[in-house]
Write a protein that binds this ligand. Structure first.
Ligand code: UT7
Length: 371
């Protein structure tokens, strides 16, 4: 049975930074309050040209470059997101087109902030079963578009960004070695965007009522998170037949420093064993774990041969974890020129649209004459 190795990783965050002091000009809050209650100092916010799909495409391109995997060879693309570009088509389909991954099946996965963990597990199962040789797993968000910038309970927390992993099959043991996926829909109301779906289709009234914004019961979500982070970490370690001492680094969902500290207390581990970058990016939902992994590797906190656990929680309620034996990139060969694939893909898509248009005209005329 092949193993699912993480052979490439990449991230993309918008340049624009919003500091706590900037927020204090917008709502009644302070840098001190935000730092003490969340650990966040600043977050990145997409400009008007950036979207969940564009950030996802950039992060994916970086991951493919590292894995030296041409987009045309990608077999599966999963985008975990809570802020898709549209209800449909999926953001994954947009990414597939922009990358020129013409042989890939692509779909979005909705499990809020836990989405990346669920997507990573699904992709690794597809590889381990032999169904796919590789997969691109992306977490991408522009939550700034779904935040009520007058609500101090939520607007201080979230940021934009994307992270991506390339998974590839190999007979050598390693990569994703265990996973835990859990849901408790009875807590669905604790963190939601009530409007715009089939329960409350968009009307001028739903917009006036702000139903298209993120709503959250912060205290309840906090209590739930502190309960599940340590237990999900332990469960993934047990399933992998490892011990806590075998784990060099835990990469938790970056929502609140106090939640990570509670998990560290629960596991009786020092904070040095946890990757933390919530101070720089805030909560980027599905993107937070892959972004944290990219930075952990860049800083030398995660190295080849290390064991790591990635653990997350979010709306749904959902929570989950994966244990990974980090094998690093083992790409050989020439660097791949992602931009060239993207240019060809743009041209091909343009031709396909043109052809559809011509076919439509011909078909329309034919139908008209036979009627
Ligand atoms: O990916 C999952 C996403 N969600 C989360 O992870 C959220 C988990 N929850 C949290 O991180 C925390 O609950 C928050 C950071 C959201 C809030 O921290 P808290 O320590 O739980 O504060 P609280 O909600 O208990 O509020 C304490 C006080 C309240 O005032 P009163 O009622 O005590 O007078 C709030 O109105 O702080 C007030 N408050 C603020 N004050 C200044 C709430 N937000 C702010 C703010 N600035 N931004």
């Amino acid at each position: 049975m092949p193993y699912a190795h993480i052979t490439g990783w990449g991230m993309s965050v918008p340049e624009k930074v919003l500091t706590n002091d900037d927020l204090a000009q917008m709502v009644e809050t302070s840098d001190k309050w935000i730092r003490e209650r969340t650990g966040i100092r600043e977050r990145h916010i997409a400009d008007k040209h950036q979207t969940t799909g564009s950030l996802a495409t950039e992060a994916a391109a970086n991951a493919l470059r590292m894995a030296k995997l041409p987009p045309t060879e990608v077999e599966l693309i999963i985008v975990a997101t809570s802020s898709p570009e549209y209800i449909f088509p999926s953001t994954a389909s947009l990414v597939q087109d922009r990358l020129g991954a013409e042989n890939a099946g692509a779909f979005d996965l909705s499990a809020a902030c836990t989405g990346f963990i669920f997507a990573l597990n699904m992709a690794s199962q597809a590889i381990r079963s032999g169904a796919n040789k590789n997969a691109l797993v992306i977490g991408s968000e522009t939550l700034s578009r779904l935040v009520d910038w007058t609500d101090r309970n939520t607007c201080i927390l979230f940021g934009d960004g994307a992270g991506a992993f390339v998974l590839q099959a190999d007979e050598e043991p390693g990569g994703v070695i265990s996973a835990v996926m859990r849901s408790d829909g009875s807590g669905g109301d604790l963190l939601s965007i009530p409007g715009g779906g089939s329960a409350h289709p968009a009307t001028s009234q739903t917009v006036l009522d702000g139903l298209h914004f993120i709503r959250m019961n912060g205290r309840e979500v906090f209590r739930f998170a502190t309960r599940v982070m340590a237990s999900a970490t332990k469960e993934a370690i047990d399933k992998a037949d490892l011990k806590l001492e075998d784990i060099q680094l835990i990469v938790p969902h970056q929502a609140n420093l106090r939640i990570i500290e509670a998990a560290a207390r629960g596991l009786k581990l020092p904070m040095e064993r946890f990757m933390v970058n919530v101070d720089k990016y805030g909560n980027t939902s599905t993107a937070s774990i892959p972004i944290a992994v990219c930075e952990a590797v860049a800083q030398g906190q995660l190295q080849r041969g290390d064991n790591t656990v990635m653990v997350g929680f979010g709306a749904g309620l959902t929570w989950g974890s994966v244990a990974v034996q980090w094998t690093g990139p083992f790409a050989e060969g020439e660097p791949i020129r992602i931009r060239r694939y993207a240019r060809i893909a743009r041209f091909r898509s343009w031709l396909r649209r043109l052809w559809r248009h011509i076919e439509g005209l011909l078909w329309g005329r034919g139908r008209g004459s036979s009627a």
